[in-house]
Design a protein around this ligand. Structure first.
Ligand code: HAM
Length: 422
């Protein structure tokens, strides 16, 4: 077999890109309407950025990063997620000081060395956003409502919101202690990784997928029983706002997420139709990360959507198709000479036009026009050209009209404008 792409690294072909582009366009429009600005970040960062933010004991940092040394022997990593880089950029460019830019969104590939399966790839795309400087629970709910509406617009009704709070630096230590005490009592049933993590970072045990560990985790103390007054009020506030707008959610006190930086609200949108890899989007608050990475204390919250998983949930029939407007059917050399410049003129005026170069059979041309889903076809054969005209055919109604060659451009423009205004 010839050269193949690397396992877990996919080509996204034009047929799928139609859905991707629509999903991305709706995302951009929605995020702009909520006053987010786009940020583009490098794919490579110093490894330390990820180990310090995501956490040394997480699966991502321990097992899944594409890390290598460059020619100057610096340890670099292909980004496994976007949040750490956005925080780095936020601090590096002094965005806190400018005050007004505090809502950022990004689109792009992420890299994790996971076992590839349906919905899980080694290069995958995320649509994500981060908000800096807003501590209020209204911000948490704003993001959740915005995401729920986004899924609704895309016709992805099945994504169900799972919600938890991980508390803050004041209430977490008591929970951590209770969790550790419990895990120590049941340590013999835990896997090797969890026995090790239980000491250093017991919350990570809640994330283990191994069946024996899951059994132990089913009975662990719940973080929600340990929230302090402020964290409880914050969580209640989010829930009240969701109730008010009628967004369905499920409180899952065992959901800790696979990254260490979270505080307070955490969430995942789960879609049953996706199979084992069922989280289509996820995120939460990370009120301490900016400070931990060297910035001024700044509360923050964000989310990321898995593009491949979202595209799987979107019904491709509901995606608007962007077909060319007109098919220019040149039946012969003299027709081609006239339609060739016309095609460029139309394209440059924003009218989608395709042209055949060497085709003699009208029947085949009409088939091609049909396959291209065009609205109109312009037919020009030697006979028409001799008479100084071409035939414009509406592909839906089958109505035809004869158009003089010297007004082809203006006539087609008029028909196009009329079609756009309909
Ligand atoms: P995450 O849960 O690691 O969170 O990833 C977010 C989403 O990316 C997942 O829900 C899933 O849809 C998709 N995803 C993750 N790994 C893969 C994979 N291997 N293949 C395909 N899709 C995948 C984060 O990345 C956080 N940065 C989210 C966040 C933003 N939290 C705060 N701000």
């Amino acid at each position: 077999m010839g050269l193949q792409a690397i396992k877990g690294f996919n080509d996204i072909l034009p047929a799928e890109m139609n859905t991707w582009q629509w999903v991305e366009n709706v995302f951009r429009q929605l995020l702009s309407s909520y006053n987010y600005g786009e940020i583009r970040l490098p794919l490579l960062e110093y490894t330390e950025l990820f180990s310090r933010s995501i956490g040394d004991d997480t699966d991502i940092v321990e097992k899944e990063m594409y890390t290598f040394h460059d020619r100057s022997n610096r340890s670099l990593t292909l980004r496994p997620e976007g949040t750490a880089s956005v925080v780095r950029a936020f601090i590096q460019h002094g965005m806190a000081a400018t005050g007004n830019i505090n809502k950022l969104y990004y689109l792009g590939p992420m890299f994790r060395y996971e076992r590839p399966q349906k919905g899980r790839y080694r290069q995958f795309y995320q649509l994500g956003a981060e908000v800096f400087g807003e501590e209020d629970y209204h911000q948490d709910a704003e993001i959740l409502i915005m995401l729920a509406r986004y899924f609704h617009v895309l016709g992805v009704g099945s994504a169900k919101l799972n919600l938890n709070s991980l508390g803050c630096k004041h209430c977490r230590p008591a929970y951590r202690q209770a969790l550790q005490d419990y895990l120590q009592r049941h340590g013999e049933y835990l896997c090797g990784d969890c026995q090790r993590r239980m000491q250093k970072n017991p919350l990570r045990v809640l994330d283990c997928k191994r069946p024996d560990c899951r059994k132990v985790v089913a009975e662990v103390p719940k973080i929600l029983d340990y929230l302090g007054v402020d964290c409880q009020a914050h969580f209640d506030g989010v829930i009240r706002l969701l109730d008010e707008v009628g967004i369905d959610y499920h409180v899952n006190p065992f959901m800790v997420r696979g990254l260490d930086y979270y505080t307070r609200t955490t969430f995942e949108f789960i879609a049953g139709d996706l199979g084992a890899q069922n989280a289509v989007a996820a995120g939460g608050r990370y009120d301490r990360l900016v400070e931990e990475l060297g910035g001024k204390p700044t509360p923050a919250i964000g989310f990321a959507i898995g593009m491949e998983r979202l595209a799987m949930l979107v019904d491709s029939d509901s995606v608007p198709v962007s077909a060319p407007f007109i098919y220019l059917a040149a039946l012969g050399e003299s027709a081609l000479n006239i339609l060739y410049p016309l095609r460029h003129k139309l394209n440059q005026a924003g009218v989608g036009a395709v042209l055949n170069y060497r085709q003699k059979s009208l029947k085949n041309l009409m088939k091609k026009a049909d396959r291209n889903n065009v609205v109109y076809t312009l037919i020009a054969g030697d006979q028409e050209i001799e008479q100084g005209a071409a035939i414009l055919r509406n592909m839906k109604t089958k109505e035809q009209q004869t158009i003089p060659l010297n007004t082809l451009f203006t006539n087609i423009r008029e028909v196009f404008d009329g079609h756009q205004n309909n």
